[in-house]
Design a protein around this ligand. Structure first.
Ligand SMILES: CCCCCCCC/C=C\CCCCCCCC(=O)N[C@@H](COP(=O)(O)O)[C@H](O)/C=C/CCCCCCCCCCCCC
Length: 218
């Protein structure tokens, strides 16, 4: 049956996303690409359940996931096990367009950077949801998080389209139901559990990219 949360096999579960982000970090704090991508796949399920207005966002996210998967399954797969090994491999082999788009417009590093910036949006948005009240508007929470993060990297047209899509977001109660966690108190607790994991993955990637001057890849 098709519901707002999608058909059964496409059903979103916050717990599932939480689990993938839990598995993202190795003992020595490297970020596993497979789990990172799996986390995004889970989130895209949620996005898809919101309707066709969000199709352009979902399409972009899926396209970027597919680029990373093609590297992870390609002939150099062993170098794409973690974000750290990918960065090292692509930089050592001059596979990254560092200043302007050239022969490597779809490097793993620049592709992951786009998702990484979106992860900051997610962190800010989930934190706002966690601390929101019954009468909070998800569209406003989402727009605030977007303006503080991703919007700074998007041209006017995309910002406008994103802003319009936010206006049709479902209300807080529906959002909480779709997370498939239970009553609101449990959703809030689960968000409290998920946020430090997402923040840690974000910060490790941010530090790695900063260390290699990769935060502005075209
Ligand atoms: C825990 C449950 C609640 C939260 C669930 C959230 C589900 C969100 C799922 C996916 C988020 C989409 C991630 C979008 C990645 C965007 C990457 C990007 O910045 N791409 C732009 C630049 O790419 P290049 O051109 O340089 O290759 C591209 O131009 C973007 C195009 C599409 C617009 C992106 C707008 C993003 C808005 C933030 C997501 C809003 C989702 C709202 C749903 C709650």
């Amino acid at each position: 049956m098709q519901t707002m949360a999608g058909s059964e096999d496409q059903k979103f579960s916050l717990q599932e996303v939480l689990d993938t982000f839990k598995l993202c970090l190795s003992e020595n704090k490297e970020v596993y690409l497979e789990q990172y991508v799996a986390g995004w796949r889970g989130l895209v399920k949620f996005l898809n359940s919101l309707g066709s207005v969000f199709g352009f966002i979902s399409k972009d996210a899926v396209g970027k996931i597919q680029i990373l998967v093609s590297y992870m399954k390609g002939e150099n797969a062993s170098h794409y096990a973690t974000v750290q090994s990918m960065v090292k491999y692509e930089l050592d082999n001059n596979l990254v367009d560092v200043n302007k788009k050239g022969s490597h417009p779809e490097s793993g590093c620049r592709t992951l950077l786009r998702l990484h910036r979106a992860l900051r949006w997610l962190e800010l948005f989930l934190d706002r949801l966690r601390t929101s009240t019954e009468d909070s508007k998800t569209s406003a929470l989402c727009a605030e998080a977007y303006n503080e993060s991703l919007a700074q990297h998007h041209p006017w047209m995309i910002r406008k389209a994103a802003g319009m899509a936010f206006l049709v977001l479902p209300g807080r109660q529906t959002f909480f139901e779709v997370m498939n966690v239970g009553p609101p108190e449990q959703v809030v607790a689960k968000l409290g559990e998920a946020l430090p994991l997402i923040s840690e993955v974000y910060q490790i990637t941010e530090d790695l990219y900063a260390q290699h001057n990769l935060l502005d890849l075209p």
